[in-house]
Design a protein around this ligand. Sequence first.
Ligand code: MG
Length: 457
Amino acid sequence: MTARILVVDDIPANVRLLEVRLLAEYFEVLTATNGPDAIETCENGKVDVVLLDVMMPDMDGFEVCRRLKSDPATSHIPVVMITALDQVSDRVRGLEAGADDFLTKPVNDLQLMTRVKSLVRLKSLTDELRLRASTTRNIGIEELLSRNFASEDTTPKVLLIDERKSSVERIQKMLRDRADLDVSSDPHAGFFQAAETSYECVMISTAFADFDPLRLCSQLRSLDRTRFVPIILLAEEGEEERIIRGLELGINDYLMRPIDQQELTARLRTQVRRKRYNDQLRASVTQTIEMAVTDGLTGLHNRRYLDSHLQTLFDRAVARRRPLSVMITDLDRFKAINDAHGHDGGDEVLREFARRLRKNVRGIDLACRFGGEEFVVVMPDTEGAVAEKVAERIRAEIAQAPFAIGQDGKTIEVTVSVGVSSVLKGVDTVAALMKRADLALYEAKSGGRNRVVAKAA
Ligand SMILES: [Mg+2]
């Protein structure tokens, strides 16, 4: 794993110390000895993780962190605060400032590497999503995220899996009004509950009499539905090894008992914030992809999608020696409809046509608006004779009932011509297949319209 780590400390010897250890693990290292330089480096360079000293003159680590986290250009970069003492108050201040994690001086090697690697992994997931979201749209990622980032204050839905009643009661009290908390006292039941409900964080106690809590963590990480849910481990003093193992398995954070209320709420807030950020990115990517392959007017797939998938469907059919048929439909005299009823009327006809088309094809068929008033349906596992029957059914469905236009009950007669072709045994290509369907469509048109023509060869 290569990543660029920025080490910030006002004492050059401390910088050097961390630098040497990170270089030994093949990380790329940038350095800064004061806050403003650190911020500038983050703004300019591709920093993957910041290791930030808390105690610095002029601008301290809390302030640096706060500034990084409040700027959309740098807010996604994970920050690890390095504190001189393991002080809860420092940790809480850091978490309030938006820090992602903590290390205590002198920095333990194993903890350093585990934390850095886990944050680098998270960062690369976020980067991937940011990249996809911003490149598939013509707007900046910052704008995209600033649009609907108001959800920060809503109460997060959290699941606590803990079999000790006294501990559950304490945590319930601490999170009252701060989380919508469900509790499961049984790890098996808790696993199913986590899979069934969409929680924004799952907290798992390590103190089961008869169950390995890490097994639960690994199960949650391997299930699709819970792969991205943040996990916080509630551990006991002396369980450092288990925590490190947990971090390797993908838990996001941990708390040591006795649990401090402020640290608990701050760490929970950090995890929920990160999850919401990534969820938004993911939703935006999905939406962008959908927009890119969908015809806005009819909701069918568009030509771009057909172009990218027809070859795949064709190759699969040939490889499996299965039939595949294609139909091209074209509304008859569509220009006259547009001329008589305007483009709005034309759009209504296209939408209604798409609705009737969709009703008559199967889920595995690929129906697309090819352009204008032309639609294509690709039918896997379908012989030519069957495809011809489907095409005839669609033709009849269009001709048998007139299309409504506008609000005043006006209707018009619409008909469609259809050309059908099928993949030939022996040598055939996508281009030839489409060409035959096109020729068949041409024959249907010149033969008088409102008819189906199939080309076997
Ligand atoms: Mg210092």
